[in-house]
Design a binder for this molecule. Structure first.
Ligand code: PFF
Length: 458
């Protein structure tokens, strides 16, 4: 049937203009608030070095093979995640229920986007705070008060959440060529340069080595079953895996691009940015007598201190928060892309209409996160407020479960000749065997064991 139709339909939506454009967009999806906002604060909450080590192992052993699997599945079907699973199960004569995996991805995307937009709204507000000189010469307590007062006001959080969500939807509505590539290409290198600058500043503080020790000296007594789950969840979250975002991007990928190389570049860049954020933030924490485990406000309570006290800090502060907002945008567009692609391809929506509805749903859900920092701060279920619940549900449960299923599908269900063909690693070649082993055994077993550990079975 529709093989040709499908290709026609896809060519209307476009393909990446080059290998570089794909890598840039996928790196744009991976690098975002997860690296600069989330990685440091959860590292702080989970005791530092040992947590970082588990995180790095998860990126290497689960993340990279799974990223290859997601790109491969997307490219083979050239469809949205729901349809990808339908097509590929048909191709492999497998059970139809696999397409629920695509659905779970779309749901996870909405849930993550809902709170992602709120935090990205904070970053947008901080562009203006930096611009109006709010950090200049500020003390740790002033910077903390600035943050606390800001999040205490639901109206301002709603305002910035709305601004960010609108920006996301406008970019997605413009389509992949014009919308994604330009915005990502400009600010990624800028963000990277600013991270290096911040690390340079951190080196001049007296907490530098204490910060490095905290990040890189593992103290395994601090590792709990739950923190291992959080580290694993963060590997999925940070690499945008387990929900079909990367699968969706893979569906626009031309045949001649090496999936293995692209995956290593994307995962490498993502990891470097997260580590740079940690190396910049923890020295500031220790040299100012702050607490590493102060939670989601950590980056907003530390980096302004650097900008407020370094030479040229006004300019760098403004540029940094602008770059952070763009990094967040290039991630948020990938959170909603699976849903938008599905609405266009299956429901006949126009791109604009698909964006409008997706944005609206995620915006409404985001209000729950807005109130988690003020009016509903103490409304808790399972000891977690609304934001913490959504974060736990998505990053620690839905993404790893999605990743588990994708690994099983790629390793066990999909015909080996198809994966060989897509990955273009010769079958007898060691690299293919290593990938196959990691994706068939290590990744699913690791997710399974971590879950068992958390529920107390191990
Ligand atoms: N990887 C993004 C970050 O680190 O900020 C967040 C994200 C984007 C997660 C896309 C999942 C996703 F599908």
């Amino acid at each position: 049937m529709a093989d040709e139709n499908r290709i026609d339909k896809k060519s209307q939506q476009g393909e990446w203009s080059s290998r570089f454009a794909f890598i840039l967009a996928a790196t744009g999806s991976a690098v975002g608030l997860g690296n600069i906002w989330k990685f440091p604060y959860i590292t702080g909450e989970n005791g530092g070095g040992a947590f970082v080590l588990v995180y790095l192992l998860c990126v290497l052993l689960i993340g990279i093979p799974l990223m290859m699997a997601e790109i491969m599945l997307g490219r083979r079907s050239k469809e949205n995640p729901v349809h990808t699973m339908e097509l590929l199960t048909a191709e492999a004569n497998a059970d139809k229920n696999w397409h629920y995996l695509g659905w779970m991805g779309i749901a996870a995307g909405f849930l993550i986007l809902s709170y992602y937009s709120v935090i990205a709204g904070w970053s947008t507000a901080y562009v203006f705070k930096a611009f109006f000189g709010s950090f200049s010469g500020a003390s740790p307590s002033e910077v903390k008060a600035l943050f606390d007062d800001f999040v205490a006001s639901p109206m301002s959080l709603i305002f910035w959440h709305t601004v960010f969500m609108l920006a996301t939807m406008i970019i997605v509505a413009r389509g992949i060529e014009k919308g994604f590539e330009k915005s990502v290409g400009l600010l990624m290198p800028g963000l990277f340069a600013l991270m290096i600058l911040l690390v340079g500043y951190a080196m001049t503080t007296d907490g530098y080595f204490k910060g490095l020790d905290f990040l890189f000296k593992p103290d395994f007594s601090k590792l709990t079953a739950d923190s291992v789950l959080v580290a694993m969840g963060q590997a999925f979250f940070s690499l945008s895996l387990g929900m079909g975002a990367i699968m969706c991007y893979g569906s626009y990928l031309p045949k001649d691009v090496s999936i293995a190389k692209a995956s290593m570049i994307i995962a490498g860049a993502d990891t470097v940015v997260a580590l740079l954020a940690g190396i910049a933030i923890f020295p500031i924490v220790f040299s100012n007598g702050l607490e590493p485990n102060s939670g989601p406000g950590l980056v907003f309570e530390t980096l302004p201190l650097a900008f407020g006290n370094m030479f040229g800090g006004w300019l760098f502060g403004v540029l940094f928060f602008i770059a952070l907002v763009f990094a967040a945008l290039s991630s948020s567009i990938s959170l909603v892309e699976p849903a938008v692609a599905w609405l266009i391809e299956n429901k006949g929506f126009s791109r604009e209409k698909a964006c409008l509805w997706s944005g609206l749903v995620a915006w409404v859900l985001g209000l729950g996160t807005v109130f988690s920092f003020n009016a509903w701060k103490n409304v808790k279920l399972f000891e977690r407020n609304f934001f913490e619940l959504i974060d736990y549900l998505t990053a620690n449960l839905m993404l790893p479960i999605g990743g588990f299923c994708i690994a099983v599908f790629a390793g066990w269900i999909m015909k080996q000749e198809h994966s060989k063909e897509e990955l273009d690693l010769p079958g007898e070649h060691l690299s293919f065997q290593v990938w196959k082993f990691l994706v068939s055994y290590i990744a699913p077993a690791a997710v399974f064991l971590v879950f068992l550990n958390v529920v107390g079975v191990l």
